[in-house]
Ligand binder design. Structure first.
Ligand SMILES: C[S@@+](CC[C@H](N)C(=O)[O-])C[C@H]1O[C@@H](n2cnc3c(N)ncnc32)[C@H](O)[C@@H]1O
Length: 205
């Protein structure tokens, strides 16, 4: 496992590994849950190599990530489709990126402890337009999943894989409305995935 992790620290290999494992996951995620419209302003927190752009129409996209290597790859491959910054979500300057129609945190919450997750919700809320949504996707524990699925989830590099109820409970501390959907067969490996769509009820909507 340690060897595989070393190999996956190479951005190009990590990206191709993700594509193989994810199968149609990103397509379902984007078309059914993100639902981007052309010209939407989208902020992608923990954007990795920016691969989500493969499934997006022309949007006004900004992504940031802690990993300088992934951001370098994102700029090289998708530099004409968006702007990429190497930064931590705790960096206060993220609040100065403007207003957004959609904020994404794809595969990020399970890397964050509760305090960091609440900061992510708070940052998202502060930059979303009144009609905007935060959309997240993470592996989750469920009552009915197989032992193999549970075992695979427990080996994730993210140390904070939660149940659907736990993710929802955190999100509801930041947003008034949280819709969650759990999928059991979205990846090409045994998995349970929860997607959250978070928004606030704004007057006149
Ligand atoms: C599982 S990867 C997902 C990457 C990408 N969103 C995707 O779907 O392929 C999680 C990403 O979150 C980033 N990340 C974790 N903690 C972060 C933080 N505090 N600020 C910014 N990015 C963070 C990691 O560097 C990593 O690239």
């Amino acid at each position: 496992m340690a060897d595989l992790r070393n190999v996956l620290s190479i951005p190009a290999l990590y990206t191709y590994f993700q594509r193989i494992v994810r199968g149609s996951c990103d397509f379902v995620y984007v078309t059914k849950h993100v639902r981007p419209q052309p010209e939407d302003r989208i902020l992608d927190i923990g954007c990795g190599s920016g691969d989500i752009l493969r499934h997006m129409p022309r949007v006004d996209y900004i992504g940031f990530d802690l990993s300088a290597r992934l951001i370098r790859r994102a700029r090289r491959v998708y530099g004409d489709r968006g702007q990429f910054y190497c930064k931590d979500l705790n960096d206060e300057s993220s609040r100065e990126l403007g207003e957004f129609d959609i904020v994404l945190a794809t595969g990020v919450l399970h890397h964050l402890d509760d305090g960091e997750a609440l900061r992510l919700f708070e940052l998202s809320r502060s930059v979303l337009r009144p009609s905007g949504r935060l959309v997240t996707l993470d592996g989750c524990y469920t009552e009915t999943q197989s032992r193999l699925t549970r075992r695979i989830l427990s080996m994730d590099r993210g140390r904070f894989v939660r149940t659907e109820a736990e993710y929802r409970g955190l999100a509801l501390q930041g947003f008034e409305h949280v819709q969650s959907t759990v999928y059991d067969k979205l990846l090409r490996i045994p998995s349970s995935i929860v997607i959250l769509e978070c928004r606030d009820e704004k007057p006149g909507k």
